[in-house]
Design a protein. Sequence first.
Length: 753
Amino acid sequence: MKNYYILFILLCFLSCSKNGQSEKKAINESDEKYEVVINELLSKMTLEEKIGQTNLRGTSSRAKTLSEELKQQVREGKVGALLNVMKTEFVDELQKIAVEESPNKIPLIFARDVIHGFKTMFPIPLGMAASWDEDVARTSSRVAAIESSSVGIRWTFAPMLDIARDSRWGRIAESPGEDPYLASILGKAYVEGFQGDSLNNSTSIAACAKHYIGYGAAIGGRDYNTTLIPEPLLRNLYLPPFEAALNTGAATVMTSFNEINGIPATGNEFLLKDVLRDELSFDGFVVSDWDSVVEMITHGYARDEKHAGELAANAGLDMEMTSKAYENNLKALIKEGKVSEKQLDVFVKNILRVKLRLGLFKEPYRDVANEAKFYEKTHLEKAKEAAIKSTVMLKNEGVLPLAKRSKIALIGPMADAPLDQMGTWTFDGEKEQTITPLNAFEAADVNYTYIAGLSHSRDLSKKEFKKAIAVARASDVVVFVAGEEAILSGEAHSRASIDLPGAQENLIKELAKTGKSIVLVIMAGRPITITNVIDDVDAVLMSWHPGTMGGEALQEIIFGLEEPQGRLPVSWPKTAGQLPYFYNHKNTGRPANKKDYVAMYDIPIGAWQSSLGNDSHYLDVGYTPHFPFGYGLGYTNFKYDKIEVSKDTIRFNEDITIKATVTNTGTRTGKEVVQFYIQDVVGSITRPVRELKGFEHVNLKAGETQEVSFTISSKILEFTNNKLVKAAEEGDFNVWIGPHSASGLKSAFYLKD
Ligand code: NOJ
């Protein structure tokens, strides 16, 4: 390795001294030099060593010792990267073997699912999406990078950028929600946070834009399921967040488990070569998901392991996670001419490029100066801020904020559930560090009595109900912390009903009979249908799984030290039967409307089959969600006024500004997320009823008014049609500025060719 490092330094020195550029410039120019190193290395590698670079191997997360077999494989250059090596000393030992004993002394990359924090847990990604705040996303991934890089992790399998329109899907918890614009902003920020100013900084970790692509479209919200995505939809809905992440320099991409229109993503040449490489100019590496190469056999796309390897290789998959189709077959496939060695060389180059960008040839070991950066005060403060910004208030009938002296009955299975509060994908999080609502009430000297009532979210036992009711009776107000355990969302944890599990609804109903006000707090990995209890409670706060500092964040919100600032990143259904539901749906030929809607119980008995009220709705639950995308209340009110467009008609090369005033009409300072939507009224393919195209956070004192404006060009009106032409089209556009996707002041303009 030393030789390559010397070559690299020499090239750097020559170029720096030649043109006298700053160090920063030299780093920007380093890609050219990397190619020299890569080619030099490649020329020395045997076929086996090249194949070795494409192998991503795991160790058991519970492994107490390192297996001799793995060490030997590393020694022989048969492993390119490792995931889930949980012990730092194992990381160090394996890296030492790679850089000192392997034939070409190529360093390993150590990967882990660092999804929403390493030790300091931030809210789950769906929660952070509710902040509508790129700083929250960026800061969370920066903190995660600092903490995880200190144990040698230099590659995370995040951000997850799957648009999710179905809350039954367990992985919605990891997603940025249902909107491509919001997801793109967050995706970019996550990458910036993980990768820092430069990937070769020792606290930077390579991001992995996943799961490429369409994983969130799994039929019925069933994990790993089939997806059918017409190419225009792929380009208009699913691709934009990936484009944003790649344009920001995301170093790697992970393929998804699903098939798309009959071809598994892991063996999809069109997606991996045409779109990712040719169109998006991606030059990092693509890793499969766990076993997704060999799963192509189960999909019914590959005959056997060898065929799976052939399909993946020819599709352009650089690195294989856990399964061994490449390791076992690539050599033979190359010999038989079924896969070219040139293709393998491309994989190796892509992988080495990322290793060079990470600075691993220069410094393969973790930075000991960065050790023990866990749970730093600033990290905890940022996690608390993120939890506050992610909390969405869905209802408040004057009960919140509570007076500090209120006598509170703190009840519910999530009021003191330190593990569950952290949410899904928290391999390294420690429940001992979590501040639950109970801990926070205790620390803040709140006047409370605690009784869980139910021991966990699925508890069906009513044996503690009496005690809980007695506690409620003796208090002024009930704070009921409900939800679902972390294990009920995330990978392979889809649910057909998304009601509160266990006997939670029963307990809420019993508590409501006491006549006490109830504040319902939900900690969950997805929207939870609360139609059955919404009238029994006076306020609803959605905390998602809020992470390490969730309890403190909640305590501060409940007592009004902070206000809930989140806005829904997904539509909140009345019942799972409405799913998939998304605000940016099409109009249909018979859009549902209030005037024509006939509810099930209004249909006369024995009614004659007629088309009366026949539009796109459900007889039993109507056609609106419980709470729309973008919705969220604070502790004050805002009034929108005076929407204006700068021109009635714009040309393709012109900008247009749409503005409105927003006034805080309440009695305290408050924050609002002002949202900007458009509708392309007529298109060469039908267009959504609304699309988010901008938002701005405002912070206004009581009585204060601010003008908020959005300047757009025809560029943001572009979409891909069925002829796969991406363009804005002449015609009418409606625009709205307002508080959420089902409201706002409306205006219009015309786009002229
Ligand atoms: C499978 C999951 O789908 C993926 O998101 C994750 O990164 C890998 N396993 C590695 O744990």
